[in-house]
Design a protein. Structure first.
Lengths: 437, 301
């Protein structure tokens, strides 16, 4: 009898523990629902972001808005955060607000994970450039997010070593190729640049500059043109240089790459406006030695660039407090005080045109180039528009696998572009998307 | 007490179930339900209409066995199995061979510093897989490796060598654990066997080959089964090395393909089907191996 009672007690304790464990997950979402029904209580919004010091920026909002409290959950960023958000949305407990990279936004929309903010954002459209705004409307009448930052691409180069090797800042990609041959000939250990098979965003930006339009909407169907002439031109250009051996084939953001940036064996990096943060942490020895210039152009006299990265603030479809969330997202990305905090605390290049006012002194790493932000603004104005499709994740993964092989020399770069196109189309067909031929 | 006995005997009908309840509840919640849910997911897929944007454009529909035929028909999955087979052949032979050798050496009478060697050999097992992989990864990278300063100029992450480099990490991490299992089994053997053998004139080597290894057979089989399963599940090493090199694709091993399908391509349904295919193969391999060796190993024991 005694042991029987023990077993009952044990089972009861277990059941209690289990039910406590189960309810733990839903507590977060339960609180806002309660708050919504009783209008007086404060609303708590959860926000996933990987902007540095976002908690400090949010603290300013929380102080001024006691009835809409935002709590930040720091994310690792990029693809991992996107996968995590999609999984959470599918499971039914997403955060109220999420930092969404522009290329991931269509996937979020296609998964019905983010809300249409059209109603709450009619007044702020004018705060953003048209190219940026297109990235959050996907070319439709809806508004799926509020732009936060953008990543116009430019050329980072080692000014001191350009002087040493007698190389001019290349105006065109032909000049860039010539310079690549020249420096590699002068010192076989030195490369002008490297082609990274791990960074599809970088390649997409370079393709945008050449005029590529990987996705577009025609009526009720998608048109996929990843293997268009512009993209193939970019791929073959880099493929030729890698094959020739004058451009390196190692990926960005590896210990190898850091070392090359530091010891002067890598002279340029076509990258985006967020580059200074990367350079200052990965190549601390290069401070004051790097400079920026517009990307080389495909034909002389042209002025164009593309975007690498940049993100927006989206509101989850399942959030019970969409209006409050939209209000916060609007403040964060258009209010002058918030923009200035984004610049100073978050090291973000704001997408809002007003954000320029906050960009006064050049980043510390580029103290040798006082007109850094002026140059950036000029370059940013030349960025071409682009539409991302609903399965960019598939395309980007195909890029990595296909270009891994291409860089090893087992297939050509334009074949890799073809693989990207075929993989993307096959995935969209499998899901049932309407495709235009 | 006596008065209670009849009612107690009748009441015993419920008691066993109460005792079983915690185990059954836990098993159902954390093993059976996830498996059934995976099987359910594997039979479904998303169906998009039109542009796939906006509300209700994406539905979950029944897919029958489509996901399975796609998983089985995907050449990448089988290419992944082949790569893992090559990798596993190296890891299994080298790791278990070394583990057995070290266990025998430590157990033999004449070795010095036995305690220190045991800990030193076991230590790598305590290093988490990701840390071990990054640690070795830095040693493999051409421009940061100290090997180059020693005059060794090898491409360790090239297409021909990356499998060996990865196997090396697994061997480094796993030898100590397997050695410990074998060594513990050896310590349980009565010393009298060896004494008898020595009196009969057997050398240490003969004792090792003729007495110790046959006695160790069940432990060797156990470690082999564990290692086979670990090899089939190889994921950490290639995933952590991948950002450093061009030679590891996102589908290098079967489990990496599952991860890619589920969390990169966002297709949980294909991932579920592939998982079940992998689990089935894993089951067949481990039980097949056990069946083949069972009679030989456990008859004597």
């Amino acid at each position: 009898m005694r042991s029987g009672r023990l077993a009952v007690a044990g089972a009861a304790a277990l059941a209690l523990a289990l039910s406590a464990g189960c309810s733990g997950g839903s507590r977060e979402t339960a609180a806002p629902t309660a708050a919504q029904t009783s209008a007086a209580g404060p609303v708590t919004l959860s926000y996933w972001s990987w902007v540095p010091n976002m908690d400090k920026i949010v603290a300013v909002w929380n102080k001024a808005h006691p009835d809409i409290q935002v709590s930040v959950s720091k994310q690792a960023g990029g693809d991992d955060a996107a996968a995590k958000f999609l999984t959470a949305a599918k499971a039914g407990n997403p955060p109220d607000l999420i930092q969404a990279e522009y290329q991931m936004l269509p996937s979020f929309v296609a998964a019905d994970a983010v809300a249409d903010l059209t109603a709450g954002t009619t007044q702020i459209k004018g705060e953003f450039g048209e190219g940026i705004w297109g990235l959050v409307t996907l070319g439709t009448d809806a508004v799926y997010a509020i732009p936060q930052d953008s990543g116009p691409m430019m050329l980072y180069y080692r000014k001191d070593l350009f002087d040493k090797y007698g190389v001019q800042v290349p105006q065109t990609w032909d000049e860039y190729a010539e310079a690549a041959r020249k420096v590699h000939k002068a010192d076989p250990k030195v490369y002008l640049g490297t082609f990274s098979s791990k960074d599809p965003g970088s390649f997409a930006g370079l393709a945008q500059q050449a005029g590529a339009q990987w996705w577009s909407i025609q009526g009720e169907s998608w048109k996929v043109a990843i293997d268009d002439d512009a993209t193939k031109k970019v791929a073959d250009y880099w493929g030729g240089l890698v094959k020739e051996g004058v451009i390196d084939g190692q990926p960005y953001f590896t210990p190898e790459w850091n070392k090359a940036l530091n010891d002067g064996t890598l002279l340029t990096w076509p990258s985006a406006v967020w580059g200074p943060g990367v350079l200052s942490s990965n190549a601390p020895k290069g401070k004051g030695k790097w400079a920026i210039a517009p990307l080389p152009q495909w034909s002389a006299g042209e002025k164009a660039t593309g975007f690498w990265g940049g993100s927006s603030t989206a509101v989850a479809q399942k959030s019970p407090n969409q209006a409050a969330a939209t209000q916060f997202a609007t403040w964060l990305n258009t209010d002058p005080e918030a923009l200035s905090l984004l610049v100073t605390e978050g090291a973000v290049y704001p997408a809002a045109t007003k954000g320029g006012a906050a960009l006064t002194s050049a980043p510390d790493y580029f103290s040798n180039q006082p007109d850094f932000w002026q140059q950036t603004a000029d370059i940013s104005a030349t960025a071409r528009g682009f539409t991302f499709g609903p399965d960019v994740n598939v395309t980007y993964n195909a890029f990595k696998d296909a270009f891994d092989k291409a860089v090893q020399g087992t297939s050509s770069f334009s074949d890799a572009v073809k693989v990207m196109q075929e993989t993307t189309v096959a995935d969209m067909q499998k899901s049932g998307f309407q495709l235009a031929q | 007490m006596r008065a209670h006995r009849p009612s107690g005997a009748r009441g015993a009908g419920a008691a066993p179930y109460l005792f079983l309840a915690p185990a059954v509840v836990l098993f159902t919640l954390f093993t059976a339900v996830p498996i059934v849910y995976t099987a359910y997911l594997s039979l479904r897929r998303t169906k998009v209409s039109g542009l796939g944007l906006g509300r209700g454009a994406r539905r979950e529909v029944f897919a029958g066995l489509d996901n399975y035929s796609a998983a089985v028909g995907d050449g990448e999955l089988w290419a992944g199995w082949l790569r893992v087979l090559g990798y596993g052949a190296i890891v299994l032979t080298v790791m278990l061979g070394l583990a057995l050798l070290f266990a025998l050496l430590l157990d033999s009478a004449h070795v010095r510093l036995a305690r220190f060697s045991r800990i030193a050999l076991f230590l790598p097992y305590a290093v988490p897989g990701v840390v071990a992989t990054l640690l070795w990864g830095f040693l493999y990278l051409p421009s940061v490796t100290p090997l180059r300063d020693l005059g060794i100029d090898a491409v360790l992450l090239g297409p021909g060598t990356v499998t060996f480099s990865m196997a090396n990490i697994a061997v480094w991490g796993g030898t100590g654990f397997n050695m410990l299992v074998l060594y513990t089994a050896l310590r349980a053997v009565p010393r009298t066997y060896y004494e008898a053998a020595r009196i009969d004139g057997a050398s240490e080597r003969q004792i090792a080959l003729r007495i110790k290894i046959p006695i160790l057979m069940p432990a060797i089989i156990l470690t082999t089964v564990f290692s086979v399963i670990a090899t089939i599940q190889v994921f950490t090493e290639p995933t952590a090395l991948r950002p450093l090199t061009n030679t590891i694709s996102s589908t290098w091993s079967p489990l990496m393909k599952v991860y890619r399908d589920a969390f990169v391509n966002g297709d949980l349904y294909s991932a579920a089907a592939t998982s079940i295919v992998i689990a089935a193969i894993s089951l067949v391999l481990s039980f097949g191996f056990l069946r083949v060796v069972r009679d030989r190993a456990f008859q004597e024991g």
